[in-house]
Design a protein around this ligand. Structure first.
Ligand SMILES: CC(C)(COP(=O)(O)OP(=O)(O)OC[C@H]1O[C@@H](n2cnc3c(N)ncnc32)[C@H](O)[C@@H]1OP(=O)(O)O)[C@@H](O)C(=O)NCCC(=O)NCCS
Length: 212
């Protein structure tokens, strides 16, 4: 409710407006317009350019990126949206992926974890008390999604090919897996009003600055 999508349409390219117009579900259309608009506005401020000069390109797997540099540093960003929230991460000379998920009290975590989790994760989930499983499932979900988004392959990588911890006390620094001979680290960001969030990067020590 904080943002009105009409205020952000002017920041979108014609292609993006066409894409938005094809999104049938009103909530998802607003998510797309607002998160695109906000990230383009942030990038234009960082680069001291007009918003309409910020052009998104797409990787083979659909990850949006820009070719611009900030003081000779490569800019990387990632977007996630769920319910009424959007999550945007921007970094320099690094790979980054973020995920936010609204917790659905009715979620069938048994069938979703059977389909998407690795064997280790399925075992870890089943060892927990039943009343802790939903929370652990969502924690695993956002951590896994943030990883496949950081590497840029999305679901094409295969969600069951790697494991994350489902323990929230492992929050600080989880080494997820090796990919392209790099180590990836996953951080929980903020937990609020039944949402879970995670961020994955490729560097070991990063300072995360959160603005709401
Ligand atoms: C892109 C993907 C990784 C995540 O999609 P999602 O969880 O539905 O949506 P999110 O809101 O978190 O992320 C969407 C954003 O990711 C970005 N994105 C798209 N493709 C991407 C890719 N290959 N890598 C990284 N980011 C990508 C886009 O910016 C997109 O937002 P936009 O279209 O508004 O610009 C997709 O591959 C996907 O469908 N995942 C499956 C989700 C699932 O069922 N998980 C089960 C877990 S138990």
């Amino acid at each position: 409710d904080l943002f009105n999508s009409d205020d952000f349409k002017e920041f979108l390219s014609n292609d993006e407006i066409n894409r938005a117009n094809k999104i049938k579900i009103v909530e998802k259309r607003h998510q797309f317009i607002i998160s695109r608009g906000v990230v383009k506005k942030l990038l234009s401020t960082l680069l001291k350019k007009e918003v309409d000069q910020i052009e998104f390109l797409y990787s083979q797997y659909g990850k949006p990126f820009i070719n611009e540099k900030y003081n000779n540093h490569a800019i990387e960003f990632n977007i996630s949206h769920s319910g009424i929230y959007g999550l945007i991460a921007i970094t320099l000379d690094n790979k980054i992926g973020v995920d936010i998920q609204k917790i659905d009290p009715e979620v069938d975590y048994n069938s979703l974890s059977a389909r998407f989790f690795s064997d280790n994760e399925k075992n870890e989930l089943m060892k927990l008390d039943k009343n802790k499983r939903k929370d652990a499932f969502y924690l695993g979900w956002v951590r896994k999604e943030s990883f496949i988004k950081a590497i840029g392959m999305g679901v094409a990588y295969g969600l069951d090919r790697f494991s994350v911890s489902l323990n929230k006390n492992d929050n600080a620094n989880i080494v997820i897996s090796d990919f392209e001979n790099k180590k990836w680290h996953c951080y929980d960001l903020i937990e609020f009003n039944n949402y879970k969030t995670a961020l994955t990067t490729c560097e070991n020590k990063i300072d995360i600055v959160i603005s709401q």
